[in-house]
Write a protein that binds this ligand. Structure first.
Ligand code: COS
Length: 377
């Protein structure tokens, strides 16, 4: 693995840093308190070229490699994990189309994203979280259409997207072998957005329930064949997991910098608290966790970009980096003491934002299963 980044990768990282410093960081606490993204921010992120990062060049996107995307997500995660999650959901919804979409499907889907619109990936249901194969939403054939019925929950960008990738069962008795993926436009009759969740963290992102009531989807919107949905979902999650790791590294880095700065300024017993060895040990541990997490993320991306197997490393990157983010942000709150616990300072937001990284796109218990399966079988 080459530890030197290309000039293009460094330029992208700098661009993301500049956009974050100007458009995201100054508003992060306000968006968190309000529980919504700043109304004009999506447009600004689109103008900066950050909405369609995974869209291939042949479909007028930047077609970036995974490592470049990770560098960008790290900066966005540092600025506001809720905003990073909004953008990451576009990538998550794009992967099934990149993997299985035909020419027409890719043209349609990427045209939507290239025009600055949002997309959503809808797999999770009230009864199908870790057990992704337990999807109860049905897709019954009706001539050259399917009728989709069911409810999806916890869908990032659910209330804001224009296009969705929805997983439904075309053959209920077949379990995971009945799962099928569909592209669904928001304006399809029968499709509606249900309740919006009021969340602990990543509050700038939008998380909604989706209701499918006889949604008539043309056969031409089916991604891949009937029954291929589970594998499409698994491959999508493989691709997305290092990027959850990258956002986690960003959150941890932000919390770390806040804690280091504070430890040099805060005077107790006549000295800055940074001069006390117990604080220094915390800072050293935080730095080691962040650096290890970052290397795991970069390595998973590097393997993916090299066309090598990366599922195990993707799960490791997601799991380790999000656990590190939880630990580092908790320690940052500890170092800031009372100031860490109040909403006027960013430390408590980092801790709340870090928690979801251990839960979404596969809980860290599932990541450990995936890693163990790769090692044992
Ligand atoms: N890539 C390609 N195929 C995969 C795969 C992957 N990463 N993982 C599994 N598959 C295939 C297997 O090869 C198997 O195919 P065959 O039956 O043809 O051999 C099939 O899928 C079933 O695999 P497996 O038996 O491992 O599935 P399980 O039901 O045991 O589930 C876990 C595996 C738990 C790992 C899976 O359900 C999972 O990842 N759950 C978490 C879902 C999730 O992340 N949800 C978050 C919400 S989405 S944002």
């Amino acid at each position: 693995m080459d530890f030197n980044f290309t000039p293009d990768q460094l330029a992208l990282k700098k661009m993301a840093q500049d956009v974050a410093a100007k458009e995201i960081t100054p508003y992060a606490l306000e968006m968190d308190h309000k529980g919504e993204i700043k109304p004009d921010l999506i447009k600004k992120l689109d103008e900066a070229g950050l909405i369609n990062l995974v869209v291939p060049e042949e479909y007028d996107g930047p077609g970036l490699d995974a490592l470049s995307i990770a560098l960008i997500y790290e900066e966005l995660g540092k600025a506001c994990a809720g905003v990073a999650t909004t953008i990451a959901a576009n990538a998550l919804a794009s992967y099934p189309v990149i993997l299985m979409g035909n020419e027409e499907q890719k043209k349609h889907f990427f045209e939507v994203i290239n025009s600055g619109k949002l997309a959503a990936f809808a797999l999770t249901e009230p009864g199908a979280g870790s057990d992704a194969g337990a999807v109860a939403t049905t897709a019954n054939k009706d001539g050259d259409h399917y009728l989709l019925n069911g409810t999806k929950c916890f869908i990032t960008n659910g209330g804001m997207a224009d296009i969705y990738v929805i997983f439904a069962n075309t053959r209920k008795s077949a379990g995971i072998r009945g799962l099928t993926a569909f592209m669904v436009d928001r304006n399809t009759p029968g499709f509606s957005v249900g309740k919006e969740e009021d969340k602990m963290g990543i509050r700038a992102s939008n998380t909604c329930e989706l209701i499918l009531d006889n949604v008539r989807v043309p056969e031409t919107n089916r991604l891949g064949r009937e029954g291929e949905g589970f594998k499409i979902a698994m491959k999508t999650l493989d691709a997305a997991r290092p990027l959850v790791g990258a956002v986690s590294v960003g959150i941890a880095q932000a919390a770390f910098e806040t804690a280091v700065k504070y430890s040099k300024e805060r005077v107790q017993f006549g000295k800055p608290i940074a001069s006390f060895q117990l604080v220094q040990a915390m800072i050293a541990d935080m730095a080691m966790s962040i650096e290890s997490a970052r290397l795991l993320v970069y390595r998973a991306c590097w393997l993916k970009d090299a066309g090598l197997p990366f599922a195990k490393e993707a799960a490791m990157a997601k799991c380790y980096a999000s656990d590190a983010a939880m630990q580092v942000t908790t320690n940052a709150v500890q170092i800031l003491g009372g100031y860490g616990y109040i909403k006027e300072y960013p430390a408590e937001k980092y801790m709340r934002d870090a928690k979801i990284m251990q839960i979404y796109e596969g809980t860290n218990q599932i990541q450990r299963l995936v890693i163990a399966n790769q090692i044992l079988y």
